[in-house]
Design a protein around this ligand. Sequence first.
Ligand SMILES: [Mg+2]
Ligand SMILES: [Zn+2]
Length: 161
Amino acid sequence: MPVETGNRGLFLDLVGTLVKMDETRQLPLSPNGEIVIELMPNVVEKLAPIRNHLIFVVSNQAGIKRGRLRAEAVEAAMRELDERLGDILTGWQICPHDESDCCECRKPRSGMITELAQIYGVDLPTSTMVGDQEVDAQAAHAAGVGRFVYAKDFFGWTESV
Ligand SMILES: [Mg+2]
Ligand SMILES: [Zn+2]
């Protein structure tokens, strides 16, 4: 997609927002160590009709730093996710660090959002972030994203899933 300015962005958290988490709040792994992508309810239905926003995923994956996951496996999982969502993602950013790295990308910091905004000419004040945790709201605020919506409200989950 060509870089334009003034695009509205829809920034989405990954785990607990688009895909289910395991009991440690991380991406679930199969017994042979492969990432298991299981979509949360209503995700495809809600995102498929969206035409007026560029859609991105921003995800902390400290499991890469800690040796639980390989960065290449996360990238492959993101491509699988995009395919299952109907090829709607414009891009994504994965933070492979943990707290000790003091990076600019790990949420609640703003680096992943501002990087995507710069690459794709996104207008952050008219953009929206959706996530399931306070760090998502904090990252959106730090980046200057105009609106934050909790995933349960955005996707209409009426009971815990
Ligand atoms: Mg999450
Ligand atoms: Zn990082």
